[in-house]
Design a protein around this ligand. Sequence first.
Ligand code: PMP
Length: 351
Amino acid sequence: MDNPFNLNNLLRENIKKLVPYSSARDEFKGEASILIDANENPFGSPLNHDYNRYPDPLQHQVKAKLSNIKGVPAENIFLGNGSDEAIDILYRAFCTPGVDNVILVPPTYGMYEVSANINDVAFKKVNLTADYQLDLDGIANAIDAHTKLIFICSPNNPTGNSIRRQDIETVLNNFQGLVVVDEAYINFSAVKSFTQELAEYPNLVVLQTLSKAWGLAALRLGMAFASKEIIAVYNKIKPPYNINQATQDIVLEALNNVDQVNDWIKETVSEREKLVRELLELDYVQYITPSDANFILVKMEQPREVYDYLVQYGIIVRDRSKVELCEGCLRITVGTPAENRTLLEKLNQIN
Ligand code: PMP
């Protein structure tokens, strides 16, 4: 790549000087039998686990397993308390409040903007085009000397479509800051993940999560995949024990169930296509964006009325009808076959 990207130039001054937190236990290499270094309870925990001990700060076992599943070396993986933590840390590492800025491409996932606001970082919005693809000229024009991050969500939330690979590559090749490709919904698409391109692009950060296809939203485990230099930055900033032991234990076990997850993915994709076909039969449904995710964005007449009608039956969808470029749209997550049947039954009764 010809991009003169330089990670050190991108970092905030205070972060350059930071040394990663290290506990006495991390520094000790031998076999210890008496652990009296961390002010823990030596007797045990009230549960049948050794939860009295602090967890592995770098989650070696979980990363080893994820490395296998994802085909990415463990040294290129950061684990966060949800991908939301992986997003927030990027702001704190690279964006000086009141000085730097980031580029967002709405309509997209709301947390990029929330995190910008929390960190007092300015954002420039370059709307997606009418077919929900990147406006490459708009992005090129918005970039200035203080632009540190660009967030691209693909498949995109709330529209569901994937962003053209070639366009993401154009941004990666031309932008000297970090390009964050959020692949929270990648398991539901046939598109190749950018995790296999880390060697090619030193300015690439790929986000994924166990909250969607893996069915582990409550555990809060997000992943960032990037060069080992970027992962080192993550490790300098994260709270030392950001992934608790219960999560590490349960995730290790859950990761043995790839087949179950793949079955769910297949069923979700087939239910998604069925839902699309049947919704398009309704005369008040105008358009459904082709989706690579586990939800669909449905444009219809009187979306708010439909939303309120569904609430009466205890069915909650997401009203996106006031969001720019999503006017008239409800975002509907693909449910179980029974849930989708009930939804369609109720929607068919509207006249
Ligand atoms: N990215 C996208 C695009 C999302 O839609 C979500 C959750 N709605 C997240 C990230 C956050 O995932 P996590 O549960 O890992 O914080």
